[in-house]
Design a protein around this ligand. Sequence first.
Ligand code: AHR
Length: 513
Amino acid sequence: MQFIKKMKRRKLIVTILCTGLLTGGLHAQTAKARIKIDVERQTDRIDRMIYGNFVEHLGRCIYGGLYEPGSPLSDGDGFRKDVLEAAKALNTSIVRWPGGNFVSGYHWEDGVGVREQRPVRIDLAWGFRENNSFGTDEFVAWCRKAGTEPYFCVNLGTGTMDESRNWVEYCNVEKGTYYSDLRVKNGYPLPHKVTYWGLGNEVDGPWQMGHKSAEDYGKMALETAKLMKWIDKDIKLVVSGSSNYGADWTRWNRTVLDYLKNHADYIALHHYAGNRNNKFDEFMASTRFAERAVKVTEGLINEVRAKTNRNIYIAFDEYNVWYRARGEEGNEEVYNLEDALVVATYLNIFVRNAHIVKMANMAQLVNVIAPIFSTPEGSWRQTIFYPLELFANHCHGTALQTFTDCETYRLRAEDIPYLDVSSAYNEETREVIINVVNRSENNAIATDIISQTGVFGGKAKVFEVNGQNIKDENSAGKQTVQTKTKEVTAKGEKFTYSFPAHSYTMIKAEIRL
Ligand code: AHR
């Protein structure tokens, strides 16, 4: 009874995100918000691969981004050293290549061997000329230098099954076969050992070269997957899931999962957010659809698991804010503070759903809708760099189920909590990591942060991404939006922290059990 009375005084949002249950509560004001952390309420290990990126042969992503031979800023292989350093600072765990829409017309053999003899082709996805001077061997070499895992995507648009399995042979077979010997001849005696392979890109979209129905794609992807795994049984395959949400995307995911249930290790989801109506509160809630897509796809995975008992996970292998530089040359979006906050809400989704999302790739890495921006003179960090950098460097360990109780705002038929939260427990450092986006444009939100198992040890480190104005941008000479750090006292069962308006905050606090 006491509890019910208490509930009536509050607008209660209980977020048990591992089950996806969202309960809108009763009415009245919440003076203070509450976040409850319990290191025993665990979701699953956070896979480092949720902090990945994507590079595509598009605009200045590869040429002038990763690769600029002859530039004083490049190393002996032609790789931009400043971009490599920025990628390392992002701790990027896995990088998807070569597309994107580009891959649906890409023939990998064009991009190996003597550089001067590689053909120049017209890329029909983006309308650029591709000289193929950066190909398989260059990308793998770049990944090794960046300390990241290569993730290839094969051409299931205009490509053939043979091309895909030959690519696996080129990369992963040691020697003694046509394609492995070709690699050796090209100067790479050791196999590249590429583990992660995508089975086509956004084949559900009519904008894609070689767009197919779910059935046609399912059949082709299955036959391709068989051949690729027969070349190397240890590779992991990603089936192309939904990107076209105007179409019947659940049917697409169900169908392709059913075809690939014995071969795919992941299903890819793509989602981009945008603020076309220039409404902050709408924009801040725009990634909720991405979480719904995760939940629905998890259900579809469970449906096929009932038939196979194999694990299939979600690879959210394209996500970002993208709505301004669409269709313009090179898609060089310039990001502001509100975009960085939306990126932090994507990352919260991946952490909250760590049991099923085992890979995620921000699209992209440099220049094209990217956290890193380079010019011939140097490079700088966009606003969206900072939340990704914080998550990728600090949010490791086990994801926790987080209880959040805060005020909400009404958007169409939904109550949107002002605080968007994820948390994790790092067993090695004995710290909890709490990620909070305050979706309120004008109000700070005072919050009691309560530990339900063990107590806070004394000091907590706070990292904050914020700025004066939600439209603040960075540029070559000015890092207006970046991470600010400070220490606060966090001792005993609870401490209070006020999350500033329009901010993303990460708190790292020691826990004593
Ligand atoms: O990342 C840019 C493009 O967005 C990719 O080429 C495509 O897969 C998606 O539509």
